[in-house]
Write a protein that binds this ligand. Structure first.
Ligand SMILES: CC(C)(COP(=O)(O)OP(=O)(O)OC[C@H]1O[C@@H](n2cnc3c(N)ncnc32)[C@H](O)[C@@H]1OP(=O)(O)O)[C@@H](O)C(=O)NCCC(=O)NCCS
Length: 229
């Protein structure tokens, strides 16, 4: 009985020490969670139930291992973490401090992604490649960026500091700092606090789907004329 209690006490001390160390090492990420998620109610809740935080803790370990030249173990850890959190962060990615991944499920961060400080990613975000590039093929995000739910940022592009990527946007071109990007393909709707007027924007105004529909309507009218309708 005494041995059992001693083992139990030792385990409890180890567990408390582990989470205390995590709380100190990841204080910026924990602070970011409180600042950016109104649903976060207590320190213990954030520490024990936020899968975004768990994914980052695991990523930091995997990234440190990879830096020593070990390749297989970090990849394995990243896949195990994906199984539990739904978040896949490649150990090769470079991620700054104060990142907050909210909800998490479906987030993918590619191998050559670079992320600055204080970035927020919502569920379903992909920071991926286009499939056409080699070497540095994932995006570089500056600091203080929010990437909305379901957004895809693809290719070796740069997203400037203090930018917002709208929910479900697909961004395939560089975005200057202080911009808001929405839509597919992503287009800038706000820059340096000013709204961008699309009617005056002759680069972004072309909608390929509308162009196709116009083209089809013309062909139908032509055919109708030919058959004498
Ligand atoms: C893009 C976003 C940051 C808003 O930025 P904003 O500069 O305040 O944008 P506004 O609300 O002024 O909207 C600007 C225009 O973009 C449109 N818009 C806004 N968000 C959009 C989106 N995700 N996709 C497409 N269009 C969008 C608006 O309808 C508006 O169009 P209009 O000018 O024709 O009326 C915000 O809408 C967004 O998508 N945030 C992501 C939040 C998220 O993912 N939350 C998940 C919580 S679980």
């Amino acid at each position: 009985m005494r041995i059992f209690l001693t083992v139990l006490a030792a385990l409890a001390i180890a567990l408390v020490s582990f989470w205390a160390a995590i709380a100190v090492l990841f204080r910026k990420e924990i602070k970011a969670t409180f600042e950016r998620d109104p649903a976060a109610t207590s320190f213990l809740e954030v520490l024990l139930t936020y899968s975004g935080l768990h994914a980052i803790i695991s990523y930091r370990i995997a990234h440190a291992m990879r830096k020593t030249g070990i390749l297989f173990l970090p990849r394995w850890l990243s896949q195990v973490t994906k199984f539990f959190t739904g978040i896949e962060i490649h150990p090769g990615a470079e991620i700054g401090n104060g990142i907050f991944i909210d909800h998490g499920m479906g987030v993918v961060i590619g191998e050559t992604t670079v992320i600055g400080d204080n970035v927020t990613l919502y569920q379903g975000v992909t920071l991926g490649g286009t499939g056409k590039e080699k070497g540095k093929r994932h995006p570089t995000l500056g600091s203080n960026i929010v990437v909305g739910t379901g957004a895809k940022v693809l290719g070796n592009i740069t997203i400037g500091d203090n930018s917002y990527i709208g929910a479900n946007a697909v961004v395939i071109k560089d975005v200057p700092p202080n911009s808001t990007v929405v839509g597919v393909p992503g287009r800038i709707t706000r820059q340096d606090g000013k709204k961008i007027d699309f009617d005056l924007d002759h680069i972004h105004i072309v909608d390929p789907i509308m162009q196709n529909i116009d083209e089809l309507e013309k062909r139908i009218a032509e055919l109708e004329k030919r058959v004498g309708k």
